[in-house]
Design a protein around this ligand. Sequence first.
Ligand SMILES: [Zn+2]
Length: 208
Amino acid sequence: MDRDKNGRFIKGHSLGVRFQKGCISWMKGKHPSKEVIEKIRQANLGSKHSEETKRKIGLAHKGFKHSVESKLKISKARKGIKFTDRHIENLSKSHIGKQLSETTKQKQSEALKGSKSYLWRGGVTEANGYVLLLRERGYVLEHRIVMEEFLGRELTKYEVVHHINFDKKDNRIENLMLFATQSEHMKFHNNKVRGKLIDESCLLHNNI
Ligand SMILES: [Zn+2]
């Protein structure tokens, strides 16, 4: 220990502890003061792990998994933290040229399914010009749902819902007409709408 002539420790010298990489176990469970954190930061400035150290760290962490409790704590601690530009750049670099495994791909697509997708539009989509709504049984035609709700019962697979003004997206109940079968529906088209402009696709009236 270096002391001055009065026997006191020389400030900034004897206490100038050099923080060595890997020598932080004494801190386990303790929260270092801001001063200490700053010292560590200074000591580590510019220092990079050697390939050998990286390998050792990788080995030490192999098979290590955070407990659910730890994960919660980590995500709580990370909340509101924004990545720096450098970090984002590094993240994007680290993904370059990497092939995702099939399981990872599957996991990612599972995670993005349905309401979690950034493409989520409230479960409304379109097919052949008809509006589809997402229900528990899958996508269903909106005009059939409107009719079902109006009738207070489910439609049979034979029943056909016709759009009076031929606008397949106009699913107001007053624009909808119910036929017991497709042949009834065809009869209507042939008899009542003959000579008038008929939207060809109306004749198909998908039954989903
Ligand atoms: Zn029709």
